[in-house]
Design a protein around this ligand. Structure first.
Ligand code: AMP
Length: 191
């Protein structure tokens, strides 16, 4: 199997974080979720957390200047030598290009972009369920609407971006966690 540099794509609430965590555990790869990293900074009230907070609470993207270097630093750590999973990054084409550039400097490229999709009402219902369980501050109806708009305008264009590179794999995320995971795992094993 090649060094796996995997990018997880899909709207908020589609379940990509759950799938990324399962795959990371089974394949022993670091699971790098920019949303989790930012939430951790928020909780610890770091300088980065303070800066990211207003954007996250409004459902907007944290500026690329704060996000890209964070990820590039993270993937440079030794635990990423055998591969890693990026969950929630890149979130726009600029971030995708920045990642490509950083990887090209090491003679690497994204192995696969795994795109999860489900009908809009399904993702809205899943976010509502998560809001009850986890109480994420950005899972309020107003913020969710904004996050979906941001997804359509900024993250959606990453699908053709990776399709053109021939690394896009698409998954129907309407099934159960285990059904979707089965398909994901088969696909990753065939890379
Ligand atoms: P997530 O947990 O991936 O849904 O991310 C929660 C929030 O963190 C997003 O709504 C953004 O405000 C911020 N965020 C996470 N990843 C990124 C990223 N790659 N670029 C910019 N903002 C991000």
């Amino acid at each position: 199997m090649p060094k796996l540099i995997l990018v997880f794509l899909g709207p908020p609430g589609v379940g990509k974080g759950t799938q990324a965590a399962k795959l990371a555990a089974e394949f022993k790869l670091p699971h790098i979720s920019t949303g989790d990293i930012f939430r951790d900074h928020l909780k610890r009230e770091t300088e980065l957390g303070r800066k990211a907070k207003e954007f996250m609470n409004a459902g907007k993207l944290v500026p690329d200047e704060l996000t890209v270097s964070l990820v590039i630093d993270r993937i440079s750590r030794t635990d990423c030598e055998k591969g890693y999973i990026l969950d929630g990054f890149p979130r726009n084409v600029k971030q995708g290009e920045a990642l490509d550039k950083a990887l090209a400097q090491r003679g690497e490229q994204v192995t696969a972009a795994l795109n999860f999709d489900a009908p809009r009402q399904t993702v809205i219902d899943r976010i509502a369920g998560r809001a009850l369980k986890e109480g994420r501050v950005d899972d309020t109806p107003e913020t969710v609407k904004k996050r979906l708009e941001v997804y359509d305008a900024e993250t959606g264009p990453l699908t053709p971006f990776y399709r053109e590179k021939g690394v896009l794999h698409e998954f129907d995320a309407t099934g159960t966690i285990d059904q979707i995971y089965g398909q994901l795992k088969d696909r990753v094993l065939s890379l």
